[in-house]
Design a protein. Structure first.
Length: 364
């Protein structure tokens, strides 16, 4: 009888151990590359709360003492939200420039709920990238990947603070999709930003995700989520078409912001041009009305050093056709060029096509 009891006990414990192993195996099987990537990156993702001070001038009010009219200006607060990414142990945070635009106060919320005041180290509206800092050290920071070797169809995870949900659980949320497209160029937008070489993803991105990371299945940051396309005027939510700034561009811009606080784009060529109209074409006996004609070249300017002369007709800049001064500025803006960069000019001079390199010089 006792032997039977021992056997039953042994069978019970064996079954218990087997069940435990099975449960552990099931638990392990729920973990995959995606969940591991989210777990790896989430501690470095932050929620960003921005307060702006707006001033509104209202209609004139009657002065009760003097019986006249006087203008009244009302100051009020506007609050917005976004996401950010800790990129160093000493508290540097990357986000979008449009998230921190006109900020009076910036509060950063870390995973776990602790909050800190943040200062803007620098921002570049043209690329829509901003660098913040909080005065705390010892942070867990993300691993920045290489956006030059991405594959259309590979997994992509958007992590951030959509619709302010960071505040609900004191941690970021994640959505899963794939990389839908690469090298998406949108040119100069009405906001003043230039979105070039963007990564397209169908991972759900909503208001508040701006500035947060796009992550691959290895847990590497491949982009910064920036904007979405919506279905129509009345639908402002995600329809599965979102775009992120490639992380390689982010690295380059934030390094410049960290050391200089801005991207130096206050440059000059020293070359003055005018659109060619039929009158100018006939008067100067030009063989074409395409391009712009050089009307002046400043002494000791970038243009003079490059060999540009009055009367030259600029046909192309960086292989883009030119028909106005605005066309040249658009090429420079959309190329995200800065002081020290070179532009390539295709010029017509004395019925002969010539090519010149012009180095953008800092405006004094």
């Amino acid at each position: 009888m006792i032997n039977k009891i021992y056997v039953l006990i042994l069978i019970f414990f064996s079954a218990f151990i087997i069940c435990q192993d099975q449960y552990e195996n099931i638990d392990l099987s729920r973990k995959n590359a995606i969940s591991n990537a989210v777990e790896k990156v989430s501690p470095s993702v932050v929620g960003i709360h921005v307060t702006q001070l707006k001033r509104q001038r209202s209609r004139n009010l009657i002065d009760p003492f003097w019986g006249g009219f006087f203008p009244h200006t009302r100051t009020y607060k506007v609050e917005s939200m976004g996401s950010g990414l800790i990129v160093s142990t000493d508290g540097y945070i990357v986000t979008n420039s449009h998230v921190t635009e006109d900020a009076h106060e910036i509060i950063v919320t870390l995973a776990g709920g602790s909050q800190y005041d943040a200062t803007i180290i620098g921002q570049d509206e043209l690329t829509d990238i901003a660098l913040l800092k909080i005065d705390i050290t010892g942070f867990s920071h993300a691993v920045l990947g290489n956006s030059d070797n991405l594959i259309v169809g590979e997994w992509a995870i958007a992590i951030g603070n959509p619709l302010g949900l960071f505040d609900v659980s004191n941690k970021p949320t994640a959505s899963l999709g794939i990389i839908s497209g690469l090298h998406m160029d949108f040119g100069l937008k009405e906001s003043g930003s230039v979105y070039q070489d963007m990564i397209q993803t169908d991972a759900s991105i909503n208001q508040g995700n701006s500035g947060g990371p796009l992550v691959n299945s290895l847990g590497e940051i491949i982009g910064i989520n920036t904007f979405i396309m919506t279905g129509n005027t009345y639908n402002h939510g995600s329809i599965g078409i979102g775009f992120a700034i490639p992380i390689n561009m982010v690295k380059e811009i934030t390094e410049e912001l960290k050391h200089h606080g801005r991207i130096e784009r206050n440059f000059t060529t020293g070359v003055h041009v005018q659109k060619i109209d039929p009158y100018i074409q006939r008067y100067l006996k030009l063989p074409t009305k395409k391009g712009v004609i050089v009307t002046d070249v400043e002494k000791n300017s970038a243009g003079s050093f490059a060999g540009i002369e009055i009367g030259d007709v600029i046909l192309e800049v960086n292989e883009r056709l030119i028909n106005s001064r605005d066309d040249i500025l658009r090429v420079i803006d959309e190329g995200l060029l800065k002081v020290g960069d070179e532009i390539q000019l295709k010029i017509l001079r004395d019925d002969e096509v010539k090519y010149f390199s012009l180095k953008l010089a800092e405006r004094k």
